[in-house]
Design a protein around this ligand. Structure first.
Ligand code: PRP
Length: 183
């Protein structure tokens, strides 16, 4: 899928495919340095993190295992409430493992805040967060991701895993959704 397929639904490209891939390569290099001598358990948060997980994992030289969680926020409409329900739990026992949560975006931060404390309670050896995108102006809680790709404005973004009504996840770039689509 590319920009042409979006037609007038695309306001503009915020991050190109090249920018995303270059930044992920930088993040992977730092992660490799930080985890020398360890194996990482990458935990992807379905569904948005699929693209980041696939590309980041392939840029790492550190040995990794991969697992997935699916969570759902209780809340009205699209607003995150911070009350989270596990739809699919990990298949892996993370006790004594070095866990790196992989996310596409930190919006309010409520999902990751909950996930972080849930996973810490399982006795992992270490826990860090890698997120491609973060919206500082949308933060409702303080979380400290160790690896962040880009800080972006608090606007409706799609692509590279992020959807609008399940569409546009398969764009290779991150774009701003035109307001006429959701207003
Ligand atoms: C998105 C994103 C994060 C969460 C961030 O997932 O992938 O998991 O929202 O929002 P927060 O910081 O406000 O909690 P979403 O619930 O849209 O599900 P999806 O990954 O299946 O698209």
């Amino acid at each position: 899928m590319d920009a042409n397929d979006m037609g007038s639904d695309l306001q503009k490209i915020l991050l190109t495919e090249a920018q995303i891939q270059n930044r992920l390569a930088q993040m992977a290099a730092v992660i490799d340095q930080d985890y020398v001598g360890h194996e990482i358990l990458l935990v992807g948060v379905l569904r948005g993190a699929v693209m980041v997980m696939a590309d980041l994992a392939r840029k790492l030289h550190t040995p990794v295992a991969m697992d997935w969680m699916a969570v759902s926020s209780y809340g009205s409409g699209t607003k995150s409430s911070g009350v989270v329900r596990i739809l699919k739990d990990l298949d892996t026992d993370i006790k004594d493992r070095h866990v790196l949560i992989v996310e596409d975006i930190i919006d309010s931060g409520l999902t990751l805040s909950w996930l972080e404390s849930n996973l810490r309670g399982r006795g992992c050896a270490s826990l860090n967060i890698a997120a491609l995108l973060r919206k500082p102006d949308a933060a409702k809680t303080t979380i400290s991701p160790r690896y962040v790709g880009f800080d972006i404005p608090n606007e409706f973004v799609v692509g590279y895993g992020l959807d609008y009504a399940e569409k546009y996840r398969n764009l290779p770039f991150v774009g701003l959704l035109a307001p006429h689509v959701y207003e």
